[in-house]
Ligand binder design. Sequence first.
Ligand code: SF4
Ligand code: SF4
Length: 278
Amino acid sequence: MKAVEPRQLGPDSKFKFLCHKGISCFTHCCSNVDIMLTPYDVLRLKRRLGISSGEFLEKYTVVRVDKQSTHPYAYLKMKDETERKCPFVVVPDGCTVYTDRPVSCRYYPVGQGTLKKSGEDGNIFHEEFYFFVKEKHCMGYKEKNEWTIDSWKDDQEITLYDGMNREWKQLLMRRNLPGQPGLDDKKKMLFFMSSYDLDKFRGFVFGSRFLEVFDIPEAEIEEIKTSEEALMKLGFKHLKFILGLEQTLKVKESVLKAREAQARAARTKDSPKETKPE
Ligand code: SF4
Ligand code: SF4
């Protein structure tokens, strides 16, 4: 159980901390931990390991469905032993994927949460806040290096990761919106694919009627052919669209007209036949 310090922190809050190879607790925090992955975590890790997103998800993750939102999330699959070690930790050397480690490893020992607030105009908005996780085994707090939350985020490349995941994190707030239904099996599958399984999503975009149905600018189509980051962001737009949160994708006029014509034809077919008087 993590020891969360009950104090809400902002970007300028100060703390002293250092984690380094010579510290007595080195790698202690890489066991017995639940690490929920973000889409950018998966992109960086699968690229680092030189494998497809599908292989990465199969080998290194487990899926857990969040009870409230019904979103399926990928968690790092800890080694099946009593200590539940992270698959990427080697004792005593440390993290074997350090430069591509997940964003929650980068945040540690800082935790991040979101508060739902109501503005003067009555509109609901979300405000980010931070807190410390102080676990007995962690000696980093005894070191002298001083940080603010913001300087920690810059040092650990969290600002880059948060920027990449921003649109996706907005989706996670869906559970706080009134009247949001749970996802059926098809939407769960689409949620998981568009969030994490980038190579499968690429196949879906270029191998299905996706580009015939949606009006995607030519420049964006060219970009997603070579940039996985751009493809990931198209995945977030797709998610917002299918969850009915924002009209992030535009259905082509020709498709809408064809659908209308089809609907008219179906109505004509179903309407009762005219009967001639005897
Ligand atoms: S990914 Fe690296 S830093 Fe994160 S828990 Fe695993 S070994 Fe530790
Ligand atoms: S327990 Fe704290 S100081 Fe020790 S390795 Fe983990 S983060 Fe670093």
